[in-house]
Design a protein around this ligand. Structure first.
Ligand code: FES
Length: 230
């Protein structure tokens, strides 16, 4: 990958962490590069085999860096230097008054929702995680429910955050249409995942997503959108 001054920082892979077959990476970097929940970084290396930068989301902030959610490129090993631009995009905005928070990992592990989960617990909210994957390392205070309980949890929550791929967005919309939608006094936001290779600098269009009103670029307009835009 060509290295030029478009990157605003450098980091280093410190450790790879396997979690239920998923490969996360502990990355050391300046604290101002760490993405907030739903935001991302664009990162790549100087290796010829690393063709395109990848979007990285945080699953946990740590001393001197963060843990990047799987998937991370297979060529990255401890010691690999990464070139980073970010934090980028629009992340989740957890209302300070939210006391009943639902987190919905629609089609993957809830790793990208983990920091939001910790923030919600910190502000005293009850948290329900809805997912169909097995999760071992969750705080005791978090209740886990299967996706089949979505309708019931949506009527309970005053804030809901979804994590879904662009490919499964239509499936989520169809399920939500059958659930009487989000209650009027509640807020909901959705992280829509997809490749975002240019991170908004080249208008490549790879991250285009069709929403209610028009096409949007997830790298700049998202990747988190309010549910009423979806
Ligand atoms: S990633 Fe290129 S325009 Fe969004």
């Amino acid at each position: 990958m060509v290295i030029n001054d478009m990157y605003i920082g450098k980091g280093q892979v410190v450790e790879l962490l396997l979690d239920d077959g998923n490969r996360h990476a502990r990355i050391s970097c300046d604290s101002n590069l760490i993405p907030s929940p739903g935001q991302y970084l664009v990162a790549g290396t100087a290796s010829q085999s690393d063709h395109l930068p990848v979007p990285l989301f945080s699953t946990e902030s740590i001393t001197e860096g963060f843990i990047a959610c799987a998937p991370v490129p297979v060529g990255w090993i401890p010691g690999t230097e990464v070139y980073i631009r970010g934090p980028l995009g629009r992340g989740f905005s957890l209302p300070q008054v939210a006391r009943k928070v639902a987190l919905v990992a629609f089609d993957d592990s809830p790793a990208r929702l983990r920091v939001l989960m910790l923030n919600a617990l910190k502000q005293g909210a009850a948290v329900v995680l809805i997912c169909d994957t097995s999760e071992n390392l969750l705080p005791d205070d978090v209740e886990i429910q299967p996706l089949s309980a979505l309708g019931e949890i949506l009527t309970w929550a005053d804030y809901t955050a979804f994590d879904v791929t662009r490919e499964n967005l239509l499936g989520l919309r169809l399920i939500m249409d059958g659930q009487n939608q989000i209650p009027i006094n509640s807020e909901a936001q959705t992280l829509v995942r997809m490749p975002m290779p240019c991170g908004g600098v080249a208008d490549c269009g790879v991250c285009a997503v069709s929403l209610k009103s028009k096409w949007k670029l997830a790298c700049k307009d998202g990747p988190v959108f309010n549910w009423d835009e979806i």
